[in-house]
Design a protein around this ligand. Structure first.
Ligand code: DGY
Length: 331
């Protein structure tokens, strides 16, 4: 479908960087949601009338209702590696191409995972809040004594590209023993490069001093870490979630933190974000950040550019760099 200018029309569902808009404008009539507000499903369907492509973030849901309301849509390009906002069965049934943004964010996200691990284990924000509150009046030997990072055991649940990048940092940078659990075991060469050993989920929970969650969200991963799993962890352990909200049962985690059944947690993602479970806001031994693991200007720009390239490639040449359902390309 083309606009009155004769060029195909597309929508950018959230405000993106000017260079990305300019890149897309070379090929299309571009409508952009200029605000940082998430369009409601009705607003999104309405803005998509007459549009053949859309750039989304993890906040816009693409499902059967939207696709039925927008039958002219050909491509949905997520500016995220995670795509749990996409109903892939409905997208496949509609013959629409879906794309995401892997690789460009791997190292940046792994850096952040490590930053959150360090901040959590070494009680960085808790001690800063104490200092800012004017409570520091003497030095003591055990002041904010945290958990050792170097030489400890790093457990990784989910061993895709980001998990592997975290494993390399832990093993090579911090001399950690790295263990992991994943749906499928890595091939021996990759395991060797990451210096990581495959273990059962039970062993992972039992052995990890720091447990890092990097698995994609799916119905099967819902509350993969809940009260029963937290009960299997060491009382001295830390839990880091840079994956997706919903993988952790936040209410159960807040209770475990309050009762010191685990030592601390670092969370970048939350069930129902941007709302945060109120109990998490009142426990001191948790570091909370607003879903920023991939947020450097360079990486967020690369993610938006990759999404734009997918839209341009598909609508002008029938090709995309990072398709989620490549079978659509050949139909
Ligand atoms: C991703 O890329 O999936 C990040 O979580 C940002 O949404």
């Amino acid at each position: 479908m083309t606009s009155t200018s004769g060029r195909p029309a597309i929508l950018i569902a959230r405000k993106v960087f000017p260079e990305v808009v300019a890149h897309l404008q070379q090929h299309f009539d571009v409508d952009m949601n200029e605000t940082d507000d998430v369009l409601s499903p009705q607003q999104l369907a309405q803005r998509l009338q007459g549009k053949v492509g859309v750039l989304t973030t993890g906040s816009e849901r693409v499902d059967a209702a939207l696709l039925t309301a927008c039958p002219q849509l050909k491509i949905v390009a997520n500016i995220a590696v995670g795509f749990n906002n996409f109903d892939m069965a409905a997208i496949n049934a509609a013959g629409v191409l879906a794309t995401n943004t892997p690789d460009v964010l791997t190292e940046t996200t792994a850096d952040f995972g490590f930053a959150l691990l360090m901040a959590t284990a070494r009680r960085l924000t808790e001690s800063e809040h104490f200092l800012r509150a004017g409570l520091w009046n003497r030095w003591t030997l055990d002041m904010f004594a945290g958990a050792e990072v170097h030489g400890s055991t790093l457990g990784i649940l989910g061993m895709g590209r980001i998990g592997q990048a975290i494993a390399r940092r832990g093993a090579h940078g911090f001399g950690m023993r790295v263990i992991y659990h994943n749906r499928s075991r890595l091939d021996p060469e990759l395991e060797g490069a990451c210096k990581a050993a495959y273990v059962s989920k039970e062993e992972l929970l039992r052995e990890a001093d720091h447990l890092m969650l990097v698995l994609p969200y799916s119905a099967g991963a819902h509350h993969a870490i809940g009260a029963p799993e937290l009960a299997q962890m060491k009382r001295t352990a830390t839990l880091i979630n840079i994956a997706r909200g919903g993988i952790v049962d936040d209410a159960a985690l807040a209770a475990a933190l309050r009762e010191r059944r685990i030592a601390a947690a670092g969370l970048d993602v939350f069930e129902g974000e941007p709302k945060v479970h109120p109990d998490l806001l009142t426990v001191p031994n948790v570091v909370l950040t607003p879903h920023i693991a991939s947020s450097t200007m360079a990486t967020r720009t690369a993610m938006a550019m990759l999404a734009a390239d997918n839209v341009i490639g598909f609508l002008t040449q029938g090709q995309a760099k990072t398709p989620l359902n490549p079978e659509v390309l050949s139909t």
